[in-house]
Write a new protein. Structure first.
Length: 259
C-alpha cells in the first residue's frame, strides 16, 4: 500500500518507516498520524518482520513534532490521532518487537516523544532533541512528560521540560537517552548494524526481554521478579529454546524459527 506522508519498506526481517514531510521538517498532522497507525499495525502483525526502524526524510529533521501550522489553520478541535497516539507509536506500549529510532536531525516535541517511544536511539552528531511545548502554550502530552523523567535524573528532565531547552546529540548520549552518536553519513549503516545484531538473537527471546523489562518497570523488584509474562511463556515453549543451545554446542549459527 502506498502512503502519502511516510514510506514503509520491508528489507528482509527489517521494516524501515520514514516520516516523509520534509517541507514541514517531518512535522505530523492528523492524516499522517492515521497513516502511521496503519503502518505500525502492519509491523506488529507481520510475522516475517522482526525489527523496526523509524527515521525522517532529509538531513535536517527527524521530526519537528506537531504541525503547528496545521493546528493554527484548523483549530485544536480538529487535531487528533488514532488510539496508538502521536505518530501511531507513542501509546503503542504493548508492542514487543524492537524498534530503533534513527534520529537524522531535529527531534522536537512529538518528534522527540516518538524517539523516546522506541527501544534504541541512534543520533546523527548534528541532531538536537527536546520538548519545547511549554514555549508555545502546550505540554509534552504524547508521553514526553512521563518517559523523560523515567529515563534520566529527575531534576535534569524537569530542567529540559520546564524551559523547553534543546539537548545536543552528545548531551543526550551523556544522559543515556541516546545509545550512539555518529556522523550523518554513518547513521543508517550504524542503525542497520544494530538491527542485524538484534536479528542474530532469538526473536522470541528479544520480545520476551522487551516485554518483561517494560512491564516490570511499573512494579517493585520483588513483584516484578515473580510476575508471569506472556512472551516469556511463548519463548519457553518454542523450538528456539532447543535450537539455541544445540547451535552453540555444534558451533554453528542458530536457525531461529520464532515459534
Amino acid at each position: 500500500m502506498a502512503y502519502q506522508f511516510a514510506t514503509y519498506e520491508k528489507q528482509g526481517r527489517i521494516a524501515v518507516v520514514t516520516l516523509n514531510r520534509p517541507e514541514r521538517m517531518n512535522a505530523l498532522h492528523p492524516p499522517a498520524h492515521f497513516e502511521l497507525h496503519d503502518i505500525w499495525n502492519d509491523f506488529e502483525r507481520d510475522p516475517e518482520v522482526w525489527v523496526g526502524i523509524l527515521t525522517g526524510a532529509g538531513a535536517k529533521a527527524f521530526s519537528a513534532g506537531n504541525d503547528l501550522k496545521y493546528t493554527a489553520e484548523h483549530g485544536r478541535g480538529l487535531v487528533r490521532a488514532a488510539e496508538s497516539g502521536f505518530g501511531g507509536i507513542v501509546n503503542r506500549t504493548g508492542c514487543v518487537k524492537p524498534i530503533i529510532a534513527a534520529v537524522n536531525g531535529y527531534a522536537l516535541g512529538g518528534g522527540f516523544e516518538m524517539a523516546l517511544a522506541c527501544d534504541i536511539i541512534i543520533a546523527a552528531d548534528h541532531a538536537q532533541l527536546g520538548l519545547p511545548e511549554v514555549r508555545v502554550g502546550l505540554i509534552a502530552g504524547a508521553g514526553g512528560v512521563h518517559r523523560l523523567p523515567r529515563m534520566i535524573p529527575h531534576k535534569i528532565a524537569m530542567g529540559y521540560m520546564l524551559t523547553g531547552r534543546h539537548m545536543t546529540a552528545h548531551e543526550a548520549q551523556r544522559w543515556g537517552v541516546v545509545n550512539a552518536v555518529v556522523p550523518l553519513p554513518d547513521l543508517m549503516p550504524t542503525v542497520m548494524q544494530w538491527a542485524n545484531d538484534i536479528l542474530a538473537c532469538a526473536p522470541l527471546s528479544v520480545r520476551a526481554s522487551k516485554q518483561a523489562a517494560m512491564m516490570g518497570l511499573g512494579y517493585p523488584l520483588d513483584i516484578a521478579l515473580h510476575m508471569q509474562y506472556s512472551e516469556t511463556l511463548t519463548m519457553l515453549s518454542s523450538e528456539d529454546t532447543v535450537e539455541g543451545p544445540r547451535a552453540f554446542a555444534d558451533k554453528r549459527p542458530p536457525q531461529w524459527q520464532a515459534r
